[in-house]
Write a protein that binds this ligand. Structure first.
Ligand SMILES: Nc1ncnc2c1ncn2[C@@H]1O[C@H](COP(=O)(O)OP(=O)(O)OP(=O)(O)O)[C@@H](O)[C@H]1O
Ligand SMILES: [Mg+2]
Length: 320
């Protein structure tokens, strides 16, 4: 199979991270909860680029994969677009919704690590309007990552109908999808990607057991945090060890980076054990940074780090 054109669907978001130099519990008066009107003077505000689609696209681009992102963003997207294009992401199928903002996650953290957060869906609510037929008809491999639930369902249906192999990656949205939606999404996918918790949730929601699931998918990836990952494709199992991080700064985004590097391996037609281990290397780079797109490596550095831990029998020369 020639997998030239990878299309990534998923959320696009900004994360606004604030820190409050006090304690929320001292501001919430138990006898005044019917009358809450609070303002927290915060010390720091950081805006981070996030969303599953650009997270995956960023790592894929670092590895030379030239992915296309198909998603909706808001009128505040211009600098984010420029950032992605600078790394070689094709943003022509990122559609800006006039008069609305990019999905935004606002979180305020106090001195005790308590958090008060709000998520605004914004432009993401329009994602179901986009179709592969209109924006990505030449896709050879797609990923359906967390997004507006209606969009995730529509993309799975369209990929099946158009014969586009797709990775079904419900991740954080697993909790929002019904058993029926999850069952339809995973049925016929090229690869179902989940962490251990999401895997249990899917089994519970759909009523399917492992054997049932394996009959409906070509491949299954279950990531297990610091215990590595388990990949099963066409009936063959691969245990994917972790790559020890130099330091753990913050884990958000490890799953996205894992999927990105795995897809780059698939795009190059590399053996499955190598694809999985590429995922583990990429995840570790993310673990060592704050944020989901603040890691950086050249393909040469990536291959060198891979070879410190694993033998690829020269397969990764394809990346250089
Ligand atoms: N502590 C760790 N040390 C080394 N590698 C790790 C560690 N935690 C995670 N990883 C790598 O990242 C992969 C994905 O991790 P995990 O199963 O936690 O994903 P996740 O729960 O989907 O994460 P997220 O959704 O926050 O990105 C693991 O299979 C492993 O390769
Ligand atoms: Mg995840």
């Amino acid at each position: 199979m020639i997998t030239k054109n990878i299309v990534i669907t998923g959320s696009i978001a900004y994360d606004y991270l604030m820190s409050f130099p006090g304690r929320f519990r001292e501001m919430l008066l138990a006898d005044q909860l019917q009358n809450v009107s609070l303002s927290f003077l915060v010390d720091t505000l950081k805006r981070q680029r996030g969303g599953t689609a650009p997270n995956i696209a960023y790592t894929l681009a670092l590895l030379g994969g030239h992915p296309k992102v198909m998603a909706t963003a808001g009128q505040d997207f211009a600098d984010y677009r420029a950032w992605l294009e600078q790394f070689g992401v094709d943003t022509s199928a990122i559609i800006e919704i006039e008069g609305d903002y990019t999905a935004s996650f606002f979180v305020n953290t106090d001195l005790e690590q308590n958090q008060i957060a709000s998520f605004y869906t914004g432009a993401m609510a329009h994602a179901a309007q986009l179709t592969f037929a209109q924006y990505a008809a030449d896709a050879n491999l797609a990923i359906i990552s967390p997004n507006d639930p209606g969009a995730m369902n529509a993309y799975a249906t369209e990929c099946k109908r158009a014969g586009i192999p797709y990775i079904y990656d419900p991740s954080q949205q697993t909790i929002r999808l019904s058993g029926e939606e999850l069952r339809a999404g995973l049925d016929g996918c090229a690869l179902l990607t989940v962490n251990e918790y999401e895997y249990s949730l899917i089994k519970e929601r759909t009523g399917l057991n492992e054997a049932d699931i394996l009959q409906k998918v070509v491949g299954l990836l279950v990531t297990k945090g610091s215990k590595g990952a388990w990949l099963l494709v066409d009936g063959v199992e691969y245990d994917i060890p972790i790559v020890p991080p130099h330091e753990i700064v913050e884990p958000t985004g490890v799953g996205d980076a894992f999927r990105a590097a795995l897809m780059r391996g698939m795009q190059l037609g590399l053996p499955w054990d190598v694809c999985g281990r590429m995922g583990a290397v990429a995840a570790t780079y993310v673990l060592e940074q704050l944020g989901t797109q603040n890691h950086y490596f050249t393909p040469t550095e990536f291959v060198a780090r891979y070879r410190e831990h694993f033998d690829d029998n020269g397969a990764l020369d394809a990346l250089l």
